[in-house]
Unconditional design. Sequence first.
Length: 566
Amino acid sequence: MVRTRLALVLVATCLGFPAAAQEQGPKPAVRAKSGMASSSNPVVTKAMVEVMRKSGTALDAVLTAVPMQTVIEPQMVTLAGGVSILYYDAKSKQYYYLDAELDHSKDADVAAGWSTYTGGGGSRPPDTSGKRIGVPGTVAGMKLAADRFGTLKWADYFQPAIDLATKGYPMYSFLYGEMADAAQSRLSAYPSGREEYLPQGFVPPVGTNVTHPRLAAAMKRIQSEGPAYIYSGEWAQHFVAAVKATGGNVTADELAGYKARWSEPVRSTFNGYEIISAPPPSTAGTLIGLTLNILENYDLKAHPYYADSAESFEVVRRAFGVAETATDEYVRDPLSYNVPTTQLLSKPYAKTMYDIIMGSMPKAAATAEGDVKPGLEIAASFAEHDRHSTDTDHIVAVDKYGNMASLTHSVYGSTFATGLVVDGIAMNSGNNFPGNTAGPGRRVLSPFPPTMVAKDGKPWLTIGSPGLSSRAVTITLINLLGYGKDLETSVDAPRFQGSQAGAAFSVETRVPQAVRDRLRTVYGVAVRPTMPYMWHFGSIQAITRDPDGSLTGVADPRRAGLAEGY
């Protein structure tokens, strides 16, 4: 713990930022007058604040953060991954959504991926297989966003990351743990991965300076050549050959033909607030909106808090289950399918689902206190991936001009993807996410949740999360907008996973034993306890603009992030 704090102090100091000593655990909300940023790494947050302090916008800040996170959080993100951005532009007073997520290759093994991600058994390609590698979108998305709303030169977005990769940063405990977990499998699978992550034959100890010279060189090429280096240049040629050599088949035409897209965000309402979020093929906006629509009928404040009451918890759990089942079934890439978003987010549909939930609860005789029996709890397992969860980073920023940004980017699937590295850039592992492999709409179906909330018609909150992604965002909004808790308490509140019928229901153990016992005995829920603060359950980054114009920011206690402003 002490060594990790020292590592963060050292890396912040070497980059010219004030020392940061953040760690996993509760973090107080912070306040600022002009600009605010929140990310899962203190060095990245400070870099974003510095961009805005020098008159850059919120979009400039998050675009600077993306390549930095590929350096200092390589387990979660890569420049060969995907990105989605929700942006509020203060000049036009409009919300814009950019989809630059992965495309499936035409040979993607989506059927295996679908059964795995929905818990239906089956098998997926081995962790190290090139079949898991899809067509990347991150760099194309960065360029499209920068060209429309950025104020910096293209090269400026990469220079802080190049400096960080060249000078290095001290290994910190969170990254060390992730690397140690992957070292005997993915990180050891290919010479390129061993060279990048295990240069001495083992995971660099905590406090050791870590550099990424090959990644720095690749980013210099992106600086000078733009996205062409990735999509049709030298790196593209090496990428296609490496994917094929490891069992995949992303073609040069697929890579050169990749297109990032501007789309209309999904909109819904809850308790008088407007929710603006990610549209299909992301499931997030539909999942968040439908869950909240169902619970709007329940009047959360009129009932006991869900973490203190099995009855309330069961209603919330079932609302998630209905929403997850519907989005799993009906959300597709709109370039290839008609997606009934309007119907799924209609208030009458939510009321019908609510009536079904409440009309199928246990009868009064079955809920008597005497019927509750303590029992052996089996700990939650996270060995298999859940399609609503992915190894990812989320960043948010608000600037002095009134712009807001919420950005998710990801390696997809497992940490460090397949372990393959091409000219310094790690692969993604999202090709076996659900979705379509034919026709124009081959985007992966992801849970990426860039989200904003408007209050009285004005942008009030920017929020997002990796891990449980849209689930974590929804749970936070249930606490914030449903129960009326403050932002810090809402982010800290207990989370859970696995709400669909027949799924194991994992809960953070800050939910009392008596509530867990009652869920199991009375409602027949297969409760699986996990850590009090489970980092797999997300890392909310969020900022609100308060009535006086000041900003309040939070970083999730489950990871080692930081919210900071000026």
